[in-house]
Design a protein around this ligand. Structure first.
Ligand code: 0RA
Length: 646
């Protein structure tokens, strides 16, 4: 990658596009939303600027501090934001960077090559959305500070002392007028992203301090530095999987100004875990770099297999591209000077030149690897053949499910209580744990638009089973038939056939319930991924307590705090009351279930989203994988987060 010409950078390179009021008026336009996701995006936006400094070769240390009051400090040892006067605007460059939208050399491709950030809106947005914001700059032997409130200058740039280091420290408090849902930062969300950035940029070290935690707590201070880069990333992702090789394959190279880095490893799972990045952004919709990767992989293995007569020319099994990726964990990272992002979520790379760059580098070096490691090559190809066979068996199983459903009349599973309207956009299906809760749900529902599918006992752990075995499972078959989309990869799965746009998982609020929920989520994540990607999966939230008081007043509480508050109020008004804890859904009568958990007017549904694909992969493989020890550690560490943070 070409280095940024740091010393040539002048304040005049900074372009100005728009003012900050617009950001406060319509924050979602700039940071996506003003919920938990948008809140955490503020941190990413600032850190991305430090990462840009690192990519330009001027910074190797970034420090993030979560303060007790949920304000954030981010420091780096980069060059420091320039303070010289902007010739046109007649104000210090730093003021331009912090108060003008889209300022920062990012739009000038000569001086700023790579930048991250989902929206890439710049630090000025963070300033606009913070009730207080300050920047301390160490540059040219001097210390400067500047302070703001809601984007307005409170303290103009001033020199406060001398220094022998360089760098930028930004401190901000998210504005609670903007972030009305929550201003509480989640350590895990921040840690997942910082860890990811550290894997993708081996030259840097990122330290996180959470001052809300005791000093002896495991999450008070963590430091991420991975000299092995994407290779370390792949090892990390596969920590709780059994791998079939000692070390990931690692390839790096550069063609036509596109640096490519890739690590991959095969394990004994049956799913494909390919994570791709462009300029540190997770390209979950794939794109040209992924096409290049797939083509190189398929061509390479096919020609090796033919040359070494591993797959015979007259063999009955036909191996397809996806068979080469079953049980593979891979991280592909490319840097592109002017990335074009396409697709629904703007996470699909469009630059056509990148496909050939990736393909050329990977094809050549993977070939070398296979020639030099014939034992591993043979092991991989044996696995590929098994994958092809399982895929063929799965195809037959899928046809059987379809045929069975056609033969049984309407084609729907017997246990399904369907809704009467047929418009998927207005229909919902509740997947309910157990027959008794299923019974209550059937009686309590609004049958015009709510369908109920009771699931008996535990569904299969798909993390440990082959696709053809998964399709033999009765509960899974019922689900597939009810949903109508079929199951599996792009060619097999058809989201247009989805019969309900809301799929709601309703399980008990106990250990078994959360286990079943995780099993279902794992299944959707691995085999019906677009359902999660398109926001069709929800989790119902039944209450934990019912408080009955005189004159038949009933209150519900979803957590301890609310229960205590209700009890306190009742005591104050000297009413008699009775608190009961719901152990399971089955304890609620149909009316109660409707009122608390199913009535769209009053229920709360949690939409299942994936903030961080690598984090989700790691979570599912750890929770559902074979190794007990990492699972125990993971659950212990995450016990305090009641819900899965995916
Ligand atoms: C504009 C231009 C240059 C650096 C930065 C902004 C910059 C911004 C942030 C935000 C956090 N840390 C940062 N570090 C740098 C180029 C500076 C130069 O050419 O000397």
């Amino acid at each position: 990658m070409a280095q940024k010409k740091g010393s040539d950078y002048k304040a005049s390179n900074i372009q100005v596009l728009e003012g900050l009021e617009a950001v406060r008026k319509r924050p979602s336009m700039y940071i996506g939303d003003t919920g938990q996701r948008g809140l955490h995006h503020l941190i990413n936006e600032v850190v991305d600027n430090s990462i840009d400094e690192a990519l330009a070769g001027h910074c190797d240390f970034i420090k993030v501090i979560i303060h007790k009051d949920d304000s954030i400090t981010i420091s780096d040892n980069g060059r420091g934001i320039p303070v010289d006067e902007h010739p046109k605007l007649k104000m210090p460059a730093v003021e331009v960077v912090l108060t003008k939208l889209h300022a920062g050399g990012k739009f000038d491709k000569d001086s700023y090559k790579v930048s991250g950030g989902l929206h890439g809106v710049g630090v000025s947005c963070v300033n606009a959305l913070s009730s207080s914001f300050s920047a301390e700059i160490h540059r040219d032997g001097k210390i400067y500070i500047m302070e703001f409130e809601r984007g307005f200058t409170k303290t103009p740039l001033k020199e406060t002392g001398t220094t022998d280091v360089t760098g930028t420290t930004i401190k901000f408090t998210p504005d609670s007028e903007i972030f009305t849902q929550t201003t509480e930062f989640k350590f895990d969300i921040i840690a997942d992203r910082m860890r990811e950035l550290a894997f993708l940029n081996p030259q840097i070290t990122i330290e996180i301090t959470d001052e809300r935690e005791d000093e002896d707590s495991e999450t008070h201070k963590v430091e991420y530095h991975f000299s092995g880069g994407v290779k370390d990333f792949v090892r990390y992702l596969d920590e709780s999987r059994d791998t079939i090789m000692n070390e990931p394959i690692y390839i790096e190279g550069e063609v036509e100004g596109v640096p490519v880095e890739m690590a991959m490893q095969y394990n004994n799972s049956y799913t494909e875990n390919v994570h791709s990045y462009v300029n540190n952004i997770n390209t979950r919709e794939g794109g040209t770099h992924i096409s290049g990767f797939r083509r190189a992989l398929t061509r390479c293995f096919k020609s090796y297999a033919e040359k070494n007569k591993i797959i015979k020319a007259n063999s009955k099994i036909s191996v397809s591209g996806e068979d080469f990726r079953e049980g593979m964990t891979c991280v592909l990272s490319v840097k592109v000077a002017e990335p074009q992002f396409e697709g629904q979520t703007k996470t699909k790379l469009g630059n056509s030149e990148v496909q050939s760059a990736v393909e050329v580098i990977l094809y050549e070096k993977l070939n070398d690897y296979l020639e030099q490691n014939p034992k591993i090559a043979k092991k991989i190809l044996e696995k590929v053949v098994l994958a092809a066979e399982a895929r063929e068996a799965a195809r037959k199983a899928r046809q059987l499910i379809q045929r069975k459903s056609v033969m049984s009349g309407g084609g729907l599973p017997g246990k399904l209580a369907d809704c009467s309207i047929k418009d998927p956009a207005h229909s919902e299906i509740y997947l309910v744990e157990g027959d008794s809760a299923g019974g209550s749900a059937k009686m309590g529902r609004n049958r015009s638009f709510q369908a109920i599918l009771p699931l008996r006992g535990k569904i299969l752990n798909v993390e440990k089973a082959k696709i053809n075995k998964i399709l033999e499972n009765k509960e899974i078959q019922a689900m597939i038939t009810a949903l109508g989309t079929s199951v599996g990869h792009e060619e097999d799965f058809d989201i247009d056939k989805l019969r309900y746009h809301k799929i709601i998982i309703m399980t008990d609020a106990d250990v078994d319930g959360s286990h079943i929920r995780t099993l279902l989520l794992t299944f959707f994540y691995r085999y019906m991924h677009p359902l999660i990607e398109n926001g069709h999966i929800f989790i119902a939230t039944p209450p934990l307590y019912r408080i009955t008081s005189t004159r038949g007043q009933i209150d519900y509480a979803w957590d301890e705090d609310t229960r205590e508050k209700i009890v306190k109020d009742l005591k104050k008004s000297k009413k008699k009351f009775d608190v009961s804890r719901y152990k399971g859904l089955g304890e609620m009568n149909p009316e109660q279930l409707w009122e608390t958990t199913m009535d769209p007017e009053t229920r709360t549904l949690q939409k299942v989203t994936i903030e961080n694909a690598a984090g989700a992969d790691k979570m599912f493989s750890t929770l559902m994988g074979g190794d007990v020890e990492p699972r125990r550690e993971f659950i212990e560490r995450n016990a305090k987060y009641a819900n899965l943070d995916i």
